[in-house]
Design a protein around this ligand. Structure first.
Ligand SMILES: O=P(O)(O)O[C@H]1O[C@H](CO)[C@@H](O)[C@H]1O
Length: 225
């Protein structure tokens, strides 16, 4: 590692190699469990689970209710890896630390990432407890220049100027909506625009009004992409 904010390819690789040597699972799907969804990881079968503090190079979770465990296992027969607890900017992590696991997942062979988090709704038609599938986002810290991709670009992870249109895969979103329909829970499921803010404070009333006028449907302090 060069300095506290700069992480080089070897650092991600070292963590990925450690994980690959400690589990037989080779997941193609990673799920980041936000607040309230940690129990999904408990449902995995044939589990191999690692405390973040035991994984070389991994940041530590400081949020109450986030177990701080990486769980490999099978969900409906499909190999996947779940983060039981994520990292947030407001905990004092640099953005490259916040996104560290995502690059490690890429090196593990993951090609599908499911990100979840608790959020506050702003859309008039939403009800408390609804689930929103993210169609698009507004990354406020990113617009202000706080971006994990700042610094030298590692072309092995993607281009210098990645496009942000279509980052939330249309076919996966459709699949999620179709499954909700078949389960008869469509009335609780929305699709909308998520806005990331820095926190840790909640939004003032004026800020919430501003976000609503900008077309934001749900706001949270969890980074997406
Ligand atoms: O679900 P997680 O990632 O814990 O985060 C959500 O919960 C936090 C507190 O409300 C906010 O950061 C929000 O984004």
């Amino acid at each position: 590692m060069h300095n506290k904010d700069q992480i080089c390819h070897e650092d991600y690789q070292k963590t990925a190699d450690w994980l690959l040597s400690h589990t037989q699972h080779r997941p193609k799907v990673a799920i980041i469990c936000g607040s309230g969804l940690g129990m999904l990881a408990d449902a995995l079968e044939c589990q191999d689970s690692f405390k973040y503090s035991d994984i070389p190079g991994f940041p530590q979770s400081t949020v109450k209710g986030h177990a701080g465990r990486l769980v490999f296992g099978e969900l409906k027969g499909k190999s996947c890896v779940c983060m039981q607890g994520r990292f947030h900017m407001y905990e004092g992590h640099s953005l490259s630390k916040v996104t560290f696991p995502v690059r490690v997942f890429k090196l593990l062979g993951v090609d599908t990432l499911v990100v979840t988090n608790a959020a506050g709704s702003l859309a008039d038609s939403y009800n408390c407890g609804d689930i929103m599938i993210i169609r698009d986002h507004i990354n406020f810290p990113g617009l202000a220049g706080l971006n994990p991709l700042n610094g030298p670009n590692d072309d092995m992870f993607g281009p210098r100027f990645p496009p942000m249109s279509g980052v939330y895969d249309k076919s996966l979103r459709k699949m999620a909506l179709d499954i909700c329909k078949s389960m008869g829970v469509s009335q609780y499921v929305q699709e909308g625009v998520y806005c990331m803010v820095g926190g840790p404070n909640f939004e003032s009333i004026a800020e919430a009004r501003l976000l609503h006028r900008l077309g934001v449907d749900a706001v949270g302090k969890s980074l997406k992409v």
